[in-house]
Design a protein around this ligand. Sequence first.
Ligand code: SF4
Ligand code: SF4
Length: 202
Amino acid sequence: MFGFLQKVGDYTKDAVSAASYITQGLSVTFDHLSRRPITVQYPYEKLIPSERYRGRIHFEFDKCIACEVCVRVCPINLPVVDWTMNKQTKKKELSNYSIDFGVCIFCGNCVEYCPTNCLSMTEEYELAAFDRHSLNFDNVALGRLPTSVTSDPAVVPLRELAYLPKGELDPHVVPATSPRAGKLPEQVLAELKAESNGGPGS
Ligand code: SF4
Ligand code: SF4
């Protein structure tokens, strides 16, 4: 009889703790139901990278003097500068330049120290590839003009965190009735113009 009562007691304890776990799980679910989605519908919508974003490096072949400063300042001596000496002009002639983005850490040192500014960081971040060897960009690939989120007609650009009310840093506490995440650049521009014309917030 005592064993039976103990089993009933254990069973009841288990049932109560299971119910408490289910309630906890459902409370999280219901809490999220009342929040609005903040997901960016990539790749149809993309966040505009910040102004100083360090993306794929752009290279201008004609400006390069093959000084190899970029190699010396690179923490992993990554850029490959192929050059030959022109004995008549006594100047180096660049024949090929490459950077392997499968290895590059995008620190920006090479861009910072290049004496002729032939390197620049772009806002291009979509560098996924099936074969990592294809990330080794030669001077032709490096010279391609970068794509931009704002100039791509197939993409709706969103400005990061622009949807948050002033002073609010946590998107989860914003009511579900607020508009969805992200503002179009035109909306941001219109707001800035309204503010500069003496509108709200000026
Ligand atoms: S530092 Fe600039 S100019 Fe010199 S080799 Fe590198 S890319 Fe060319
Ligand atoms: S960004 Fe940094 S790691 Fe990449 S090539 Fe330039 S110096 Fe090297």
